[in-house]
Design a protein around this ligand. Structure first.
Ligand code: DGY
Length: 321
């Protein structure tokens, strides 16, 4: 035994991150990137001092309750922590951290991509060209709607929301937002605050969701709220699937109430509601908000910084429980 802390790493991480792990820890790696079930994960934790999981591992109260006593920390390779029962971890004295900041730019890019993809019918166009079914050009062919000059509503003006607002200004969009707290004017940069979601929705040509999937935000975008959006609005979700009521969104996309949706995250990933695939007015991505080389390295290093602090007896920068 090296005497270094043992860390169970649940998924294949970038090489640079795994190299640093090997230097400072005794990592139990997953070179084949297999998705562990709950029992297997608990079993693999025998002898581990910490876990470095992703959002793909559901660390429910039941799982946390069965973790071996040696596990002192859960250093997530993710900013979202809805996959971890934080109260259960706190009760067992397990420190939990996440990786904020480092994925804001990458996720904001995907939000803009979802807006563009949905508004300009990029998925449909790509499929048509690939299937060799593109026959002609005409003024009526593949007509979408543009971002430029439109009103964008942002729900959750945290780190990602603020970057989306900045990028959207490059499209001359008028930015509106709803957040638990109003930002100070320097951070608002002209964005218009709405005290309630109900107040925000009627002014959104585009609605982009950036709130956490906390229990109170589950099904936040429901039928009653979709009804408040202007006809022909576009909905974008790069946060978590749980903040959308799928039945309500799908029925609004089918009826034409909404022009389109651009989605990177879903309920029950990767087994998403199949009706999304059948709709032509959806632009669908497979949860790749943070999937850039730069960001994935940075997420790993940030998780490691948190582990370093924990094992040095310091308060980790990104403690969430
Ligand atoms: C995050 O970090 O929360 C991303 O969604 C990937 O898990």
């Amino acid at each position: 035994m090296s005497g270094k802390p043992v860390v169970l790493v649940t998924r294949k991480l970038p090489d640079a991150v795994e190299n640093r792990l090997r230097q400072d820890y005794e990592p139990l790696l997953n070179p084949h990137d297999r998705l562990y079930g709950a029992d297997e994960l608990i079993d693999l934790c025998k002898g581990a001092d910490a876990i470095m999981p992703c959002h793909t591992e559901k660390l429910t109260a039941g799982v946390i309750g069965r973790l071996p006593a040696g596990v002192k920390a859960i250093a997530n390779f993710s900013v979202g922590v809805d996959h971890v029962d934080l109260a259960a971890a706190a009760e067992r004295g397990i420190i939990v951290t996440n990786t904020p900041d480092v994925l804001s730019d990458a996720t904001a890019e995907i939000a803009i991509l979802c807006m563009l993809g949905a508004a300009r019918r990029a998925g449909e166009g790509d499929a048509l060209v690939r299937a060799a079914e593109w026959r002609d050009w005409s003024p009526a062919f593949m007509v979408g709607t543009q971002l430029t000059g439109k009103r964008l509503g942002i729900v959750g003006m945290g780190r990602v929301g603020q970057v989306v607002a900045r990028r959207a200004r490059g499209f001359d969009m008028e930015v509106h937002y709803h957040n638990r707290r109003r930002l100070d004017p320097a951070h608002e940069a002209g964005a218009i605050f709405h005290e309630t979601l109900e107040d925000l929705l009627p002014v959104c040509d585009f609605l982009s969701l950036h709130c956490p999937a906390s229990p109170e935000n589950k099904g936040l975008l429901n039928a009653a709220r979709i009804a408040l959006l202007p006809g022909g609005a576009i909905v974008v979700n790069t946060a978590r699937g749980a903040v959308i009521d799928d039945n309500a969104l799908i029925s609004a996309l089918k009826s034409g109430k909404l022009f389109a949706a651009g989605l990177d995250v879903y309920n029950d990933e990767p087994d998403i509601d199949p009706r999304y695939r059948d709709l032509t007015n959806t632009f669908l991505l497979p949860h790749i908000g943070s999937a850039t080389r730069e960001t994935r390295d940075a997420m790993g290093f940030r998780a490691l910084d948190n582990l370093d602090a924990i094992f040095a007896g310091r308060e980790p920068r990104d403690r969430v429980a």
